[in-house]
Structures are given as C-alpha cells and as structure tokens.
Design a binder for this molecule. Sequence first.
Ligand SMILES: Cc1cc2nc3c(=O)[nH]c(=O)nc-3n(C[C@H](O)[C@H](O)[C@H](O)COP(=O)(O)OP(=O)(O)OC[C@H]3O[C@@H](n4cnc5c(N)ncnc54)[C@H](O)[C@@H]3O)c2cc1C
Ligand code: FES
Length: 275
Amino acid sequence: MNKIVKKSQLSETVFRMAIAAPEIAVKRKAGQFAVIMTEEKGERIPLTIVDSDKNEGTVTIIFQVVGKTTMCLAAMEEGADLFAVLGPLGEPTEMEQFGTTVVVGGGVGIGVAYPIIKALKDAGNKVIAIIGARTKGILILEEDIKRICDRLIVTTDDGSYGVHGFVTDVLKDLIGSGEPIARVFAIGPVPMMKFLCEVTRPHNIKTIVSLNPIMVDATGMCGACRVSVGGETKFACVDGPEFDGHDVDFDLLISRLRMYCNEEEEARKGCRCHE
Ligand SMILES: Cc1cc2nc3c(=O)[nH]c(=O)nc-3n(C[C@H](O)[C@H](O)[C@H](O)COP(=O)(O)OP(=O)(O)OC[C@H]3O[C@@H](n4cnc5c(N)ncnc54)[C@H](O)[C@@H]3O)c2cc1C
Ligand code: FES
C-alpha cells in the first residue's frame, strides 16, 4: 500500500500527487516511470515519475484523466492508500553535457518533460523549454519550468496565451535563428512528436521522444507495448520509453493506441469512482 500524501489539481483534467514510495524515491532517475494500481483487481497504468523527495520518501506523478483508472485515481483523496506503486521502470534518459538542448512538452507531456529539463540542467546543459497547450486554461507547470530552465517559450494553439501556434513552429524558428542545438527532447501527443521529428530531421539534430504505447505487465513479458524503431521491434517498457524519434514508426504506434477504444469507452461508462 502507498499513501497519497498530497494532491492538487493543475487544470480541469490534470492532477498532481505526491505518493509515499521511499525506495522508488531513492532509486528513480529522469525518464523513468512507475506502474500504479489503485486497487487489487484494477488495471496497471504506467505514469512518469515527475519528481521525488528522498527525505520525505515520496514520488510525484502528474496525470490526465482519460479513462477508467485515471478517473478512479483522480477520485482518491490525500490520506487514501493506493494498492501498489511499482518501479522505477524503464531506461533512464541518456544524460550528459550535450551543449544547448531544447525540450518540447505538449499537453500533459509537459509533466513528463519536467524531470528531463531538471536533469539536463544538473548535467550542465543550456536548456530551452518550449511548452504548448491547446488553450491557456489547460497549460500546466509554467512557473515550475521557468524556475529550472534557461529560457521558456509558451505556445497555445488558439493564441489565448504566449505565442499563437504550435510548438513545431517555434522550434522551426529557433533552428532558423541559428541557435546551435545539440539535442531535442519531445514529449507529448504522438502526432506532435511525429511532426517535430520531421522538423529536426533535415537539420540532423538528434531527437529523443518518450513513447506511450499501451502497457500491460510493464516488465517485458507480454509484448503489449511493442513499437517499431529503425525496423526492429522494441518493448517500450524495458527498452524505452525513450527512443531516437527519427527511427520510430509513429503511424504504427497511433494505430496500436486505438486498438482498444471500444473496450476503454465501455470501462469509462461503467466507472462509478467519481460518485
Ligand atoms: C511510459 C509511460 C509513461 C506515461 N506517463 C504518463 C504521465 O506521466 N501522465 C499521464 O497522464 N499519462 C501518462 N501515460 C499514459 C497513461 O498511462 C494512460 O493515460 C493511462 O494508462 C490511461 O488509463 P485509463 O484507464 O485512465 O484510460 P483507458 O480507458 O485505458 O484509455 C483511455 C485513453 O488512453 C490511452 N491509453 C490507455 N492505456 C494507455 C497506456 N498504458 N499508455 C498510453 N496511453 C494509454 C488509450 O489509447 C485511450 O485513448 C504514460 C504512458 C506510458 C507508456
Ligand atoms: S508492457 Fe508487456 S512487454 Fe511491455
């Protein structure tokens, strides 16, 4: 059992929780995730470990309510016990002094970008963060990210805040301005990562993406999370979740993410957690 120590709401559908998990708090590195089970017979869902506090023995997660399990999680309050938190899982982000790096976060992917930005700064890199959301009301972590990066550019699709447009447009301008970018990290909706890779490919800028395929066991046994990278099958839970974006077959990932839409909709309709 793992207690929810702190809970806050970042937007209409996005929540932040600090959860007691002392062993994971000590071991985890940027880029890794945990598997959360709200109840014994519940689904195992992968969520990125956004931060940790070794003294308090807590890990922080940021999640968007999209279906049954995230609905149930959002309905739990401070002091409640989660059935299990397993981790840290996945390969940590490859970290070294690259030079100037750009980290792009879209939607709830901004939460996943946060620990990568922090680790890149700790490793001595210049970090330019580009964060984007559809509209101002759902933009998360602006102040938190401003505190840890060298430069922050905010975009909204509808122009309600920051630069009017997509994160891809801002990255294009940044590259065009002659900024010597050593590496790009992109985390967000799959189409965003796909198009971002097409922006960096002609300039030969290595672009790391964090993939979110459906996972079941998250231990490399079931094959549910398989993705195609450079023509090879990889399991995102043990080989990833980060890969070289120029080698990823994004169209296959998109079609695999849609595989269980009907079942997920049924589960969502049957969920009574919020009542
Ligand atoms: C390594 C990894 C890290 C992730 N980190 C975060 C995070 O920090 N914050 C966050 O909000 N989300 C994160 N996700 C996605 C999160 O796991 C899913 O949103 C969650 O499992 C959905 O569960 P559900 O029962 O609420 O929704 P479901 O009813 O199962 O699904 C609703 C929608 O979410 C998609 N989905 C379902 N399961 C997954 C899954 N395992 N991975 C990706 N998409 C899924 C479905 O295609 C569907 O569109 C991460 C996924 C992976 C693989
Ligand atoms: S989730 Fe089963 S192999 Fe990755």
